[in-house]
Write a protein that binds this ligand. Structure first.
Ligand code: SF4
Ligand code: SF4
Length: 476
């Protein structure tokens, strides 16, 4: 591999995700493993809650001293509380089409999987799915579809976004559509922005070029530069909220962790805006995919530690886990920094409106947490979290740099908490079981009592409006 100079400001993939810098960082961290003095310095810096560099965070991740690990967990919990409070935002993925021209070896949607029934929803079928999602109580979706220029052109995505925003069924509405589509060009990103998307999400899968090219042998996704530089094009196209992530298990976790943080540093250096979210999926079993074939799968304990170290390194990025993770793992990482989770998810095309017919073979991965949204809401409440269906920020134009400033100085709380309580009340009034409603309303009353006077007044008035059926969608 050619040697590149590490330059976080460079637009060239191999310069901001510089292989030599990653290798050197891992070597440095291994040499300084359990260096008490250095660890104390890093932890002291981390306590300022302004983040860490990739090398500093890696040194925390690599240490194996129980006392230091306890401090890492405590600090991650504190940062979670200071930036995100006890709230957890809920969303659902919506799979529009599983046609795909790529050859990703870890994904059952890859082009040569002939066992995979291919489906692409019509606008009418999307309506059915969205009505089913609204009837569950969802307000925020993440659109998912394979890359297929003929079957899934951008026009199809734009039309689908329009359809989704237009559906008003009973008291339901989808108020934020995040989009996870293949890397594309600046002009297409501008069109997505104009369509009113929330966050553009694209996982790198693996930052290790050699592994990347092997795991993506065919199709346009084979192009490592296209994938790695996509967020730059998205930002230049006007999308200022981007979500990054890797699929842990495709390469060594030390490599991915370091590179992920270098990507954060690059976005900050060039656009003055870090990622809006970081997702931390792990390889899961799926049709024709055996995770045992991938030597770099990570244990639950390592996974939990990665979440804690990311929380400390990038306090301003929301962190997302999906239903790939079990209830038990979700419980552990929610404390340590996860701020968004999916609930009641179906990972197949058409799975919400036809659950009885859901063809398991068309799912992208096996869901590990199969609970309903109501069960998830109840569980979150029972565990001291406030489930939130808030979608306020992008509708109030709090995006990009403006959002990051509010987040960095921790004043986003003043919006998030009232909005969480109001959106939760909507859920309780319109969709919840009796048990969830009773518990939720009790907890809302306790939380309102802790709000500053003006917010408490705003929230109290609109909580009543929701209960009285006088309106929905109140937010700051
Ligand atoms: Fe297609 Fe995405 Fe699956 Fe790759 S990961 S095969 S691009 S759907
Ligand atoms: Fe997210 Fe903004 Fe709502 Fe807070 S106020 S939960 S940051 S959309």
């Amino acid at each position: 591999m050619t040697n590149f100079i590490y330059n976080p400001k460079s637009p060239v993939a191999d310069e901001f995700i510089c292989h030599a810098e990653i290798v050197e960082s891992i070597k440095f961290a291994e040499e300084h493993k359990n260096d008490k003095e250095l660890l104390a310095q890093i932890l002291s810096k981390a306590k300022e809650e302004k983040g860490l560099s990739h090398r500093e965070a890696l040194i925390l991740l690599i240490n194996d001293m129980p006392e230091i690990n306890r401090q890492i967990e405590d600090l991650a919990k504190q940062i979670k509380l200071d930036f995100y409070g006890n709230r957890v935002v809920l969303f659902a993925p919506l799979y529009l089409s599983n046609y795909c021209v790529n050859g990703c070896t870890y994904c059952p949607y890859h082009a040569i999987n002939k066992n995979m029934p291919r489906k692409k929803m019509t606008q009418d079928e999307i309506r059915d799915e969205v009505v089913a999602l609204q009837d569950m109580g969802h307000k925020r979706l993440a659109l998912e579809l394979g890359e297929h220029p003929q079957m899934n052109p951008l026009e199809y995505v734009l039309e689908s976004i329009n359809t989704i925003y237009d559906i008003k069924h009973k008291n339901g509405s989808i108020r934020r559509v995040n989009v996870n589509i293949a890397a594309t060009d600046e002009a297409s990103y501008s069109k997505l922005k104009d369509a009113g998307i929330g966050t553009y999400i694209l996982f790198q899968e693996t930052y290790n070029r050699e592994r990347y090219e092997k795991l993506h042998p065919t199709g346009p996704k084979h192009d490592y530069n296209r994938q790695t530089e996509a967020m730059d094009r998205a930002m230049r196209g006007g999308i200022d909220d981007v979500g990054i992530g890797v699929l842990f298990g495709l390469s060594t976790y030390l490599y991915e962790f370091t590179a992920l943080l270098m990507h954060v540093e690059h976005l900050k250096a060039v656009f003055n805006v870090g990622p809006h979210t970081i997702s931390v999926p792990r390889l899961r079993p799926a049709d024709g995919i055996n995770p045992a074939l991938f030597a770099d799968c990570i244990s639950d304990d390592i996974f939990v530690k990665i979440v804690a170290c990311l929380r400390i390194a990038v306090p301003t990025a929301g962190m997302i886990i999906s239903t790939r993770e079990s209830k038990e793992t979700r419980e552990r990482v929610l404390q340590l920094g996860i701020s968004q989770i999916s609930g009641g998810s179906k990972t197949s095309v058409g799975g919400y409106s036809h659950p009885q017919e859901e063809d398991k073979d068309s799912a992208q991965f096996d869901v590990c947490d199969n609970r309903t949204l109501d069960e998830i809401v109840y569980w979150l409440l029972k565990n001291g979290h406030i489930p939130s269906f808030c979608t306020a920020c992008y509708r109030k134009h709090r995006t990009g740099e403006q959002f990051m400033k509010l987040c960095a100085n921790k004043s986003i709380h003043h919006f998030c908490h009232p909005n969480a309580l109001l959106s939760l009340q909507e859920y309780l009034t319109d969709y919840a079981s009796e048990a969830t409603k009773a518990l939720g309303e009790k907890i809302i009353a306790q939380e309102v009592a802790k709000l500053p006077e003006q917010s408490a007044k705003f929230v109290t008035q609109h909580l009543q409006d929701i209960k009285d059926g006088k309106g929905r969608d109140f937010y700051l």
